[in-house]
Design a protein around this ligand. Structure first.
Ligand code: HEC
Length: 205
């Protein structure tokens, strides 16, 4: 009984301490500061076990090999700005904490069903978004098929598959069109950037 009361007291103190720490403002959330080693381990370990537990029942389509070419375009549009690709690195990724890792390594570490789960659902409290709203399951499997090829992909092969070796942002990764970015890509013509703002009476665009 004595031990039980002691154990409960320690747990209680731990909880109160954690709440006080949360209110204290001591923790630095700046992305310019790397995670502490303990913090990084805790988040990474939690993420790995969470993904594995949830991806376990997902069945990988048998035609994964035939999806690689279709996945290339989606990959270039949506993943490269953060994660980079063979021969190029993501412009935005370096300033994020945690940093988006190169997907060449991720493809070796994760099974295809796990990559599917990550892309579909995203990862909370990181910059990794969910792509479920913008992509069907079918399209996500195309992307997974492409990611699976990354460990052996040379920059030349990447350029060949995607038609370009450079990262670009054709549609914003978050689903909002950024006309400035889209206009800067000469391959892309967006109907609504060519028309004058005729509908808007206020003169704003
Ligand atoms: C806005 C930036 C951003 C975009 C766009 C993005 N990711 Fe991520 N991604 C991240 C970040 C940040 C992490 C690291 C999360 C972590 O460490 O818990 C991550 C993690 C991952 C991981 C797990 C890697 C590992 O080993 O920890 C995979 C797999 C992944 N992303 C795949 C993709 C794919 C495929 C796409 C394109 C469909 C994509 N991501 C688009 C930011 C992004």
């Amino acid at each position: 009984m004595k031990y039980l009361i002691g154990a409960l007291a320690i747990i209680g103190l731990g909880v109160v301490g954690a709440i006080l720490y949360s209110y204290s403002g001591i923790y630095d959330v700046a992305a310019t500061q790397p995670h502490t080693r303990v913090g990084a381990w805790f988040l990474d370990n939690t993420m790995h076990h969470s993904v594995r537990a949830r991806a376990d029942d997902i069945e990988v389509p048998e035609d994964l090999q035939q999806r690689v070419t279709r996945g290339a375009e989606h990959f270039r549009e949506t993943c490269v700005p953060c994660h980079g690709a063979p021969g190029t690195h993501g412009e935005a990724g370096g300033d994020m904490r945690p940093e988006p890792p190169p997907l060449r390594a991720a493809a070796e570490e994760w099974e295809p069903n796990e990559v599917f789960w990550i892309v579909k659902h995203g990862i909370k409290m990181t910059a990794m978004p969910s792509f479920a709203a913008l992509h069907s399951d079918d399209e996500i499997w195309d992307i997974v098929a492409f990611v699976e090829q990354l460990p052996d992909m040379s920059p030349e092969r990447y350029a060949q598959l995607t038609g370009s070796g450079t990262p670009d942002v054709r549609h914003s990764v978050f689903g909002r069109e950024d006309p400035e970015q889209v206009k800067s890509d000469p391959e892309v013509t967006l109907p609504n950037t060519e028309k004058p703002a005729e509908k808007d009476q206020s003169g704003r665009q």
